[in-house]
Structure formats: structure tokens, C-alpha cells
Design a protein around this ligand. Structure first.
Ligand SMILES: Nc1ncnc2c1ncn2[C@@H]1O[C@H](COP(=O)(O)OP(=O)(O)OP(=O)(O)O)[C@@H](O)[C@H]1O
Ligand SMILES: [Mg+2]
Length: 427
């Protein structure tokens, strides 16, 4: 059996740990603490421990301290790792940390149908207190965030996504100053008469990182991320896309903070082709009505992305609906280097001449780089299996893979993009 060990939960673990927390068999139907509360406890360095096998997380325990009393908020174990002593080990490790912080009493509220935790608690000498009931009063919107979020298919993204975007200095700096700073420092902004943005449009050729930027903003702000997919929404609601959008925005209004992302927004805000009564016009009009209402609430940002800014309805882009219309251009050399490094980390390679690789992949989008990297791995694999060649990627193999990959970008696409910047960008 593979060996597990326990260690403190780090911010980087959040994404995998959230998957464990999300499993209803660990929390039961009536979890006392919601996902957002668990995330904020873990972020606040309240003691939290994970069990790992290799680099895979198989269990976690999260707590919250109030003076000398601590609450175990959630004990979760991956399905394959139950009844193996992992829960008790997690609890023991947590107890040690709580002891160091002066805690004398530890409580844990388990849902009666939770499949995880009870054995570990009993094993560690916890006693069941009978004759108690949990009373609760939920008021305001914030408490239901988690339910609303899961209905919308939204989630918390892991911290560090913004920082992991390589290169693209100009774009990053612009978004950092205009968007992130005012939203993260509302008090200073308010004092100085700066109104934080509520809506931005990102435009640029395919694969330049628009989606990554939107996720990076949410991760940076520590706000949940909700992506609306026009094509899915329209198909899944009897009233069609306009109704689905209205219903989604009603749910979104219940969240305290949120980044809402709509990719390929031209699908819902295209030029009013097809006459005043067409379905497309109805959708565009609905969206035009929804945006002002969305903007009235604080603590939220709508990010729309498009490859074809020219096709958007001009009323949609008007001042007052979107604060900024920002170009996200082809990845520069630094961004390409960062993306290459990410893919090279997944295969054995010798000292690669990164400058040569980056120069050869001019006009490549991140998606093209991914494709060329896959091709590299395949070539090394075939060489090793069929011709007994060494199992490492060399600069030469990479350059050959690049040569055989057709770049998505071209001088013409870049020219059109420059024209779009002149005509549509609003910085
Ligand atoms: N600056 C960057 N640094 C590192 N990786 C990046 C960067 N930009 C994009 N990527 C990676 O490249 C891939 C494509 O990026 P993304 O999906 O954000 O592009 P996009 O502009 O939204 O594309 P599309 O127009 O097709 O929707 C993703 O895997 C992303 O992680
Ligand atoms: Mg995208």
C-alpha cells in the first residue's frame, strides 16, 4: 500500500482540497460549514492539515479557533482512503497544532448522514454529546452563496493564477491598475472619487489568453468565478437564451462578490441582424437591460471576451455599460517562454535553448505551443520505443515539432487586431 503522510494545508492545495470538500459523502446533506467558509478559514491560516500520497491529496481536515475553543469544520477523505487510519492521523496532527495555539476544547458538528469522520473522532477519544440541536438563522444573501454558486456552476479558483500568467506585461499592468486595484481597495477609491469598474470587454485573436486573464482577475481578487455559456444556457431553458440569461443574472445578484465571465459574447450581443423581431435581437436587448442592473450592485465584475469585436452591437459597447474595452494581443516572447516552460516541465528534457524555441514560435498562440509540445513528446516517445533513442526532448526535436505546426496568427491577423485597437479599444 502506498504510504501517506500529513502536513499543513498550503494555498496551492486549495483546488484539489475543494474537490474533496465538495463530495457529499464526506459532508453529509447538512454540512454545518459551507465551502466558502472552509476556504476562508484555510486562507486565514486557521490550522488545517492534509494527508498526501506522493503529490496527491487524499484527505484534509480544517478548523477554526475561537480563543481556547476550536471547531473542526470538515474532515474529508478520498473514497479509496477511508477506514485506513488516515482520518485519525489527520485529527491527531490537527490536535497537536491546536494544542500549540492554546486550545483546550475541540468540537466537531457532523451531519448524521456524513460517512466520514465519526470513526476517527471516536478513535481519538472524542465523545458524542447527545441532547443538542442545531438552531440556525440565515439572513441576507451571503449565507446562501454556496448554493447559488453551485447552481450557476461557479467556483472559487486557486490563488496564484494571476501571477502564473507569463509575460504580457502591458496587458497585465493595465488590468492591474484599472480593474484589480480599485476593486481591491474600494475605500481609497471611494475617498478619491474613483468608481471601481463593473464591466470590461477583452478582445483579441483566438487563444491569446482572454479566458486566462478573466480567471486570473477572479483568483487575484479572491472572488468566485462564474462562467455563463450562451450556447448551453439557450439549449437548457424552455424560454430560450434571453430567459436563461435573465434567470442567471437574478441568481448572480444574490452573491456578495463575483466575477462573471461570458466568452464569445458576440453570440449574445451581435449586430442586430435579422430585423427587429429576430430571436438574436431579443437576446441582445435582454442583455442590454441586464447590464445596468448588474452594475448597480457593488463587489462584482462582468468580463466579456470576444475574438471579433467588430461584430458586437455598438449599443452594447457604449460608455456606461463597459468601463474598459481592452485588447489582449498575441503572446509576447516572455509569455511564450512561460508557456513553453510549463509544457517542458511535463517531459524529460536536456538543457533546452529556450531563446531559440521562443523565437521559432513567433506567431504561435498558447494553444499552438501546447500542440507543438505534444508533438515533441510524441516524437521522443516514438524515438525511444521504436529506435531505442534517449528518452529526452532536445532543442532539435522541439524545433522540428515547431516547424511542423502551423501558427494560428499571421501578419494579416495582427494587422486587423491593430486596426481593432485603434477603432474599439477603450483604456
Ligand atoms: N500569459 C500566459 N502565460 C501562460 N499561459 C498562458 C498565457 N496566456 C494563455 N496561456 C495558456 O494558453 C491557453 C489558451 O489561453 P486562453 O484559453 O486564456 O485563451 P483565449 O484568448 O481565451 O482563447 P479563445 O479566444 O480561444 O477563447 C491556456 O491553456 C492558458 O493557460
Ligand atoms: Mg477563451
Amino acid at each position: 500500500m502506498a504510504l501517506w503522510r500529513t502536513r499543513d494545508l498550503h494555498e496551492d492545495d486549495l483546488e484539489s482540497v475543494i474537490r474533496l470538500w465538495d463530495d457529499p459523502s464526506t459532508a453529509g446533506a447538512a454540512a454545518a460549514f459551507g465551502l466558502l467558509e472552509l476556504i476562508s478559514a484555510a486562507r486565514d491560516s486557521q490550522p488545517a492539515v492534509v494527508a498526501v500520497v506522493g503529490d496527491q491529496i487524499v484527505g484534509s481536515i480544517v478548523s477554526m479557533i475561537d480563543r481556547d475553543h476550536a471547531w473542526v469544520m470538515r474532515i474529508s477523505l478520498a473514497a479509496d482512503w477511508r477506514n485506513k487510519g488516515v482520518g485519525s492521523a489527520l485529527l491527531e496532527a490537527l490536535e497537536r497544532r491546536l494544542d500549540d495555539r492554546g486550545v483546550h476544547r475541540i468540537s466537531c458538528l457532523l451531519s448524521s448522514d456524513a460517512e466520514v469522520g465519526a470513526i476517527a473522532l471516536e478513535h481519538r477519544g472524542f465523545e458524542v454529546r447527545t441532547g443538542m440541536r442545531l438552531y440556525e438563522k440565515v439572513s441576507g444573501a451571503g449565507h446562501s452563496d454556496l448554493g447559488v454558486l453551485s447552481q450557476l456552476g461557479g467556483r472559487m479558483l486557486r490563488p496564484g493564477l494571476w501571477e502564473s500568467l507569463g509575460g504580457m506585461k502591458a496587458e497585465k499592468e493595465l488590468i492591474e491598475r484599472r480593474v484589480i486595484l480599485p476593486l481591491a481597495n474600494t475605500e481609497v477609491a471611494d475617498r478619491l472619487g474613483v468608481v471601481p469598474p463593473a464591466g470590461i470587454v477583452l478582445f483579441g485573436p483566438p487563444g491569446t489568453g482572454k479566458t486566462s486573464f478573466a480567471k486570473g482577475i477572479a483568483s487575484r481578487l479572491g472572488w468566485p468565478f462564474v462562467e455563463l455559456f450562451p450556447s448551453r444556457l439557450g439549449a437548457s431553458t424552455p424560454g430560450g437564451l434571453a430567459t436563461a440569461l435573465r434567470e442567471s443574472f437574478e441568481l448572480i445578484a444574490e452573491l456578495d462578490n463575483v466575477v462573471v465571465f461570458i466568452d464569445e459574447v458576440e453570440e449574445i450581443a451581435s449586430m442586430r441582424a435579422g430585423g427587429a423581431q429576430s430571436a438574436a435581437t431579443g437576446v441582445t436587448n435582454e442583455m442590454l437591460k441586464l447590464i445596468p442592473r448588474f452594475r448597480e450592485q457593488e463587489g462584482r465584475l462582468l468580463v466579456c471576451a470576444t475574438n471579433s469585436i467588430r461584430d458586437l452591437d455598438s449599443a452594447f459597447l457604449r460608455h456606461g455599460r463597459f468601463d474598459y474595452v481592452l485588447p489582449v494581443g498575441p503572446p509576447d516572447a516572455e509569455a511564450r517562454a512561460a508557456i513553453w516552460e510549463r509544457y517542458l516541465a511535463t517531459m524529460p528534457h536536456d538543457a533546452v535553448d529556450l531563446d531559440a524555441v521562443v523565437a521559432a514560435s513567433d506567431m504561435f498562440t498558447p494553444a499552438d505551443i501546447e500542440f507543438a509540445a505534444r508533438r515533441t513528446a510524441q516524437a521522443v516517445f516514438e524515438g525511444a520505443v521504436l529506435d531505442d533513442r534517449p528518452e529526452v526532448a532536445t532543442t532539435e526535436v522541439i524545433l522540428r515539432a515547431i516547424e511542423r505546426t502551423r501558427p494560428t496568427l499571421s501578419a494579416r491577423i495582427c494587422e486587423c487586431f491593430d486596426d481593432d485597437i485603434t477603432e474599439f479599444a477603450r483604456l
